[in-house]
Ligand binder design. Structure first.
Ligand code: BG6
Length: 513
């Protein structure tokens, strides 16, 4: 059943806490500019950046203009469009951790409301360090900016990940948010869900009849999910060293990908029914004992490495990283889903910084034929693989065996390939634009619900605890490699990780370092 179309408010102020931060300039402002260009913002719209940096409206706008030029895709920046868009951007310099300064926020919002005839419709976006995630909703509530009723306007709040540092802090945050806002006002963002290719996992599974009958322990041998990057922590050392790969990527982005691959078809694609299915997957994650964690979870940290002729610093030598840091920049793990469909099927998930390439992909390995009638030249059978390429070279590949021309019956692995380019429009579709627009529309389907965040933490929390043990290994891997060798040890039956290359059809090959 299709969902009813939702509508945007006629006017809106988007308040970005962390207005001078990295995410704002790299992602939020460019995404809003794209929505502006496409005519998808409310007719009367303003952005209010809030932060401690001492910008004024006049100095903030050129700062963002430079970011637009830098971070928009080639050809998307248009100086006069940018000027028009930035004319409705404002800045307020306050310390968001200080409740006494929220009176100034109220005054500033009222003055913008008067300027654009806004009846008090506000979306707050928390793009600050996570240490402020508890303060801001409390302070907003103390000045009544949380209240949504007939006399005020709409009030929604978007919270960046990681939501919580562990299970206890996530539960505590949920308590704070739920005492200041209603659940329908809360939008916990995980930008992976804004990616077209991530949403397409559902279309692949549920808009086609041919995959679902095979989509279970009966036919699937294992699933691999890789989300790796070929860069380090860049300017985010302070944040990253407190966070690490498990909180930054695994507990949210990778868990979501597992959920989409493993979930049952929702009866309808709406916020309640879709998110119920996500929660059910998290509920079925098979809990790990400390022994399981030691056997199935590998953490690593990049060390110095020469790669493509450049000498890369070790993580510990990067800016704002402790010289004896034990923060992980790599995680690989094997997890199981204890339910009827997936019992016994390993899900291998992996993420890392400073790896040979930037790629996110899912490889579904099907079981081999029960009887080997045909084999490749080296005598091996060729199990089928379905590769879902989330980024880059967005697409889907099905690998299967085909007979080599000529006498005999030698078979060879070949590919059927779909590339997203064929559909057009992907370049302009940025994950943040999609999610910001959904939030304006009041559609929370692609945002994480409180029970999902807690359920996911329930599974990952014991890993964080186990890592506090001094003797839990942290393996080094040279920058530019596929992570610690020990990560191979978690893969069963002599299989190995699929290390993807840029070219879809050659994803069996190792990338050239
Ligand atoms: C963010 C993480 O959520 O996702 C970053 O905080 C990471 O560390 C990024 O680089 C990866 O996202 P994408 O969309 O570039 O794959």
């Amino acid at each position: 059943m299709l969902q009813k179309p939702l509508s945007k408010p006629e006017s809106l102020v988007l308040v970005i806490f962390g207005g001078s931060g990295d995410l704002t300039k790299r992602k939020l402002i460019p995404s809003l500019y794209q929505l502006f260009k496409q005519g998808k913002l409310p007719r009367r719209f303003a952005v209010l950046g809030v932060g401690r940096s001492a910008y004024t409206d006049e100095t903030y706008r050129p700062h963002l203009d430079t970011s637009l030029e830098k971070y928009l895709a080639r050809g998307e920046y248009d100086a006069s469009m940018a000027e028009q868009f930035l004319s409705s951007v404002y800045y307020l310099s306050i310390d968001p951790s200080d409740g006494a300064q929220y009176g100034e926020l109220c005054e500033r919002l009222s003055s913008i409301d008067r300027e654009i005839s806004n009846p008090g419709n506000y979306i707050y976006y928390l793009s600050t360090p996570p240490s402020l995630y508890g303060d801001i909703p409390r302070h907003l509530a103390s000045v009544g900016l949380n209240v949504e009723d007939e006399t005020t306007g709409l009030r929604r709040i978007v919270i960046e990940k990681p939501f919580g540092y562990d299970l206890a802090s996530a539960e505590e945050l949920n308590r704070i948010y739920q005492s200041a806002f209603e659940e329908h006002q809360l939008y916990r963002i995980d930008h992976f869900l804004g990616k077209e290719t991530v949403q397409d996992i559902m279309a692949l599974r549920f808009a086609n009849g041919i995959f679902e009958p095979l989509w279970s322990r009966n036919y699937i041998d294992r699933v691999e999910i890789t989300a790796v990057e070929n860069m380090g922590v860049e300017s985010r050392g302070g944040f990253y060293d407190e966070t690490g790969a498990l909180r930054d990527m695994v507990q949210n982005h990778l868990a979501q990908l597992v959920a989409l691959v493993a979930m049952e078809p929702p009866v309808q694609f709406n916020a309640d029914l879709f998110r119920n299915e996500v929660v059910k997957v998290y509920q079925s994650f098979s809990p790990m004992s400390e022994t399981d964690i030691r056997e199935r979870v590998i953490r690593g940290q990049y060390t110095e490495g020469e790669w493509k002729g450049i000498n890369h610093l070790a993580y510990r030598d990067e800016d704002k990283i402790a010289a004896d840091s034990r923060t992980e920049t790599f995680v690989a793990m094997k997890l199981y889903i204890d339910n009827w469909r997936w019992h016994g099927v390993p899900f291998y998930i992996r993420t890392g910084k400073m790896m040979p390439t930037k790629v996110t992909e899912i490889v579904v390995h099907f079981k081999p034929t029960p009887h080997k009638m045909f084999a490749s030249s080296d005598g091996r059978s060729i199990p089928n693989q379905l590769i879902i390429r989330i980024q880059p070279d967005e697409g889907i590949v099905l690998k299967f065996a085909a007979k080599m021309p000529g006498s005999g019956f030698e078979v060879k692995k070949v590919s059927m390939e779909f590339s997203y380019d064929q559909l057009g429009g992907l370049a302009s579709g940025d994950a943040y634009s999609r999610l910001l627009e959904d939030c304006m529309l009041g559609d929370s389907t692609l945002f994480t619900r409180s029970d999902a965040v807690e359920m996911s933490w329930r599974f990952f929390d014991p890993i964080i605890k186990a890592w506090q043990e001094e003797d839990f290994p942290l393996y080094g891997y040279p920058a530019g490699t596929w992570g610690p060798k020990q990560s191979d040890s978690i893969i069963d039956h002599g299989h190995s990780w699929t290390n993807p290359c840029k070219n879809l059809t050659n994803s069996d090959l190792y990338c050239e370092l």
